[in-house]
Design a protein. Structure first.
Length: 521
């Protein structure tokens, strides 16, 4: 299957049905297919060839999901960029991906202008909302002009569909390349675990550059449903939409669920008559939060565990599993569920040897949804996919019924509010402060965000600096989700005999008493 096969099927079968709605305006499947064809044809006319990279940097809009389909039809590789990063970080990702076209939302124009002259690979700059200073092509013209037939490009399931950026603890960006076959497999796996019917509406409030939302949103569209798009998260507005806009299914991360419960008055007293299911993931959820959410929204819940390198989902804790947990098997609320259809899980130890049931080790997975590899990083690809298994970097165990329990993280990556925070990036900023000699960044438990970013620093001799000063120093240099929320001062960082910082020792006091050493425990 190819991604755009879903769009074309429903455009043929239900051309007048709702494809997407945003800001009070809706787009039908028939119109969506025509718009995707126009965008695809325009990209080909610009000289893009099969395998060319096309970057997008924008908040959620009705045309954002269309761009995935347009790139698919043209055989191109979409490169979605996190708009929450600072412009210097955009530059690093765009330098690595080397797109020939950059499509930008109106709110990101100023930031892109700051780095435009450094974007040596980009030949065409396309802007939403006009043509500032004559330096940008108009996205609106792209959508209103051109042929409504798709370009004649042969695309196969093994061809790359998009390239999403993730990273290890060094902070060096890595582009995970996902093929049509991988993404459509995950779309269908999610559709099996979280069923949708034609005409259902799915809420899309998570940013569309994020692996947590794309296959989930497409799982709604592949079944002939529609996506109700919000460009930003506001808990009061989200709850109002869930109540009033006929939302059938919603995809949220635990931090957003927690915000709805904590910040919206009377959330449990409202009527969510159309809401059938909430799909959550990207980070584990606190048991108390989950129980409160189930009571408030009175619908089914489905959890997934996965990562960008697996399109999105590797396992599901089904709605039936949640009911079973509430009926007496409470331990299942700490589980990430069982493998997705067609997916195998193992827990391995030294030399990737299997561990016995119940034994802890690294979680590895094999299935049709795995990435093809990291863009231009053959050594890291070989290490991560060694033996044909995705090595997740997470520690966990499988019980006798096949349920996965995630216990800890081998890698130092922090997951805060569903966003990956790479300690190396934050540490590089911290050590530029004139008063800091050494810095380490860790994740600590946080009731709302799952994990909060904490800086642990050693001050330079004879220099006094405060927590407030350090936090202010970081503010303009890091995205909001990356910034430390607190700072600890030590005389020296704990290290191994070879000089490596013992981050486990730094984290230990904060995670004592938690069932899992990952967010939401």
């Amino acid at each position: 299957m190819l991604l755009h096969d879903f769009l074309d099927y429903w455009a043929r079968e239900r051309p007048h049905a709702e494809f997407a709605v945003a800001g009070g305006h809706s787009v039908s499947y028939g119109d969506a297919a025509a718009l995707a064809n126009r965008m695809a044809s325009r990209l080909v006319a610009l000289g893009c060839r099969k395998g060319s990279r096309v970057a997008v940097l924008a908040k959620n809009t009705p045309w954002y999901p269309l761009l995935y389909f347009a790139a698919a039809k043209a055989g191109l590789v979409l490169l979605p960029v996190n708009w929450r990063l600072v412009s210097a970080e955009w530059l690093g990702i765009l330098d690595d991906g080397a797109p020939s076209v950059l499509i930008v939302g109106r709110e990101q124009l100023v930031g892109v202008e700051e780095i435009r002259e450094s974007l040596t690979s980009v030949e065409h700059f396309v802007a939403e909302g006009g043509n500032p200073r004559g330096r940008w092509e108009s996205l609106e013209l792209w959508l209103s002009q051109g042929p409504v037939d798709p370009p004649e490009v042969e695309v196969t399931p093994s061809d790359a569909l998009y390239q999403m950026y993730t990273s290890g603890t060094t902070g060096a960006p890595k582009g995970a390349v996902l093929s049509h076959g991988a993404v459509t497999s995950n779309v269908l796996q999610i559709a099996l675990a979280h069923p949708v019917s034609p005409g259902d509406r799915g809420l899309a409030v998570l940013p569309m550059f994020h692996a947590a939302v794309i296959p989930a949103a497409f799982s709604v569209l592949c079944r002939g449903g529609s996506v109700f798009i919000l460009d930003a998260f506001d808990p009061e507005h989200v709850v109002r939409v869930l109540e009033a806009e006929r939302i059938s299914v919603a995809t949220l991360v635990p931090a957003l669920l927690q915000a709805c419960l904590a910040d919206v008055r009377g959330v449990a007293d409202r009527r969510y008559e159309g809401l059938r299911s909430i799909y959550y993931g990207a980070s584990p959820i606190a048991e108390d939060t989950l129980r409160e959410a189930i009571e408030a929204f009175r619908c089914g819940f489905v959890q997934s565990y996965g990562m960008t390198e697996a399109a999105q989902a590797l396992t599901f804790l089904s709605a039936a599993d949640h009911r079973l947990a509430l009926d007496g098997r409470a331990e299942l609320l700490l589980s990430a569920g069982r493998p997705a259809a067609g997916t195998a899980l193992r827990v391995v130890g030294v030399s990737d040897a299997w561990t016995a049931t119940g034994g802890s080790g690294e979680i590895v997975a094999r299935g049709p949804q795995l990435m093809s590899g990291y863009w231009q990083r053959p050594n890291e690809t070989a290490e991560t996919l060694r033996g044909g298994w995705l090595h997740t970097g997470d520690v966990g165990h499988l019980d006798e019924d096949g349920y996965l329990f995630v216990e800890d993280r081998i890698k130092d990556m922090i997951v805060s509010g569903g966003e990956n925070v790479y300690p190396g990036i934050v540490e590089q900023v911290l050590v530029r402060h004139p008063g800091i000699a050494e810095a380490a960044v860790i994740g600590i438990p946080d009731a709302r965000w799952g994990e909060a970013v904490k800086a642990v620093v050693v001050a330079r001799p004879g220099i006094v600096c405060t927590e407030e000063e350090i936090l202010a120093f970081c503010r303009p240099q890091l995205g909001s989700f990356e910034r430390p929320r607190s700072v600890d001062f030590l005389d020296a960082l704990p290290r191994t005999a070879t000089g490596k910082v013992l981050k486990r020792a730094l984290r230990e006091p904060y995670w004592t008493g938690h069932d899992r050493r990952v967010s939401g425990a």
